[in-house]
Write a protein that binds this ligand. Structure first.
Ligand code: ATP
Length: 339
């Protein structure tokens, strides 16, 4: 599947979304076909066709024959106006691009970047080809959060990598707001009780040594059960609903991530990652523990073992080796694992 149909909010709300939104506003209650058609400014036939396509997109609709239809009570659907209402940002999320399903919001965000304002949020309900780092896959079933933020910072490409740490910390703060106790796993994940609950994928578009855009992709296992993940992911991952025993409001969560990220991002733009390190350091995972750092950069395949010391001022990680030397690793094609 390629790039999906997006609607732009505020602004160009698609008819599909208008119908979905009407149903969402009276979730659990049946709306008559005439009411839906009137509300969206379309014919009854058209309204029925759109509800059919919403069902094809995986929305749980209860159709009551000629009487009308409803979205099932408790069916978890993102509310784009709901996200917007809860933002207290100046730039982040002030334009929202929303699709039901797409291959990857990060890939779409790259295409949209030249024509979208700084801070545009790209979101969907589910991705068919969610991406992790180094060509890995990010499992993206319904109920998760899949968001990409288009940023246009005036920085050089070399300054970009620690931004993933700032984004990870923003996600951790947002999860704290949900009553969880997260930690930031260098360089790009968020863990709860040692298991991966969220991942960050920063991708860079640059020309002539200058950054044109950075796409900050965030995947959060919100209302997903880790039991439904593929075997190899299941044992190392968790979700908000697994941890809290109840679903979270994903629209509030998305707004919270952006609200947390914006001030951190502004500080990052002013002075780089250094002033954020004292904030992030206490939430860093595996400090004082034995870890392995695996380097796959440029086709190499090397592993380094030692005790994790913490973050350096530039966002690099410090490792004390078995011989007592301190080694420093900058974010790159590196993976960190507990030993
Ligand atoms: P690692 O976790 O192996 O140290 P990494 O953190 O760099 O590497 P990422 O590229 O950020 O990994 O994420 C992709 C990896 O995360 C996949 O290879 C898979 O193991 C795992 N994964 C994929 N989807 C999910 C998900 N929804 N929740 C948790 N983990 C996932």
């Amino acid at each position: 599947m390629g790039r999906a149909n997006y609607m732009t909010f505020p602004g160009n709300t698609s008819l599909d979304y208008a119908v979905l939104h009407l149903l969402l506003e009276s979730q659990g209650r049946t709306l008559s076909w005439a009411g839906i058609a009137g509300g969206a400014g379309i014919t009854v036939e058209h309204a029925k066709g759109i509800v059919g396509s919403l069902i094809d997109h995986g929305f749980n609709m209860i159709t009551a024959g000629e009487a009308g239809c409803a979205i099932s009570e408790g069916h978890d659907v993102l509310s784009v106006p709901g996200i917007y209402r809860q933002l207290n940002t100046r730039a982040l999320g002030r334009q929202i691009q929303y699709a039901f399903t797409t291959a990857s919001t990060n890939d779409d965000a790259k295409v949209m970047a030249p024509s979208c304002p700084d801070g545009t949020l790209v979101i969907c309900e589910t991705q068919t080809k969610g991406k992790g780092r180094l060509g890995r896959q990010w499992e993206s079933p319904r109920g998760g959060v899949f968001m990409s933020v288009i940023l246009k910072p005036e920085i050089t490409p070399a300054e970009v990598p620690p931004l993933a740490l700032a984004a990870g910390y923003a996600v951790a703060k947002a999860l704290e707001g949900q009553g969880l106790n997260p930690s930031v796993k260098w360089p790009n994940d968020v863990l709860v009780d040692g298991k991966k609950l969220a991942g960050i994928l920063c991708e860079l578009g640059a020309g002539q040594g200058q950054v044109e855009h950075v796409i900050v992709g965030v995947g959060i296992n919100a209302n997903i059960s880790a039991d439904h993940m593929p075997q190899e992911v299941r044992k190392r991952s968790t979700s908000i609903s697994d941890k809290l025993g109840k679903p979270v409001d994903r629209s509030s969560l998305i707004a919270r991530v952006l609200n947390e990220f914006e001030p951190l991002y502004h500080r990052f733009l002013e002075s780089g990652i250094e002033p954020l390190i004292p904030l992030i350091q206490p939430s860093l995972a595996y400090v004082g523990e034995q870890v392995m750092i695996h380097n796959t950069a440029l086709g190499s395949d090397e592993s380094y073992y030692g005790v994790l010391q913490g973050l350096d001022r530039d966002g690099s990680i410090l490792l004390r080796t078995l011989t007592g030397e301190i080694w420093r690793f900058a974010a790159g094609d590196l993976s960190l694992r507990p030993k």
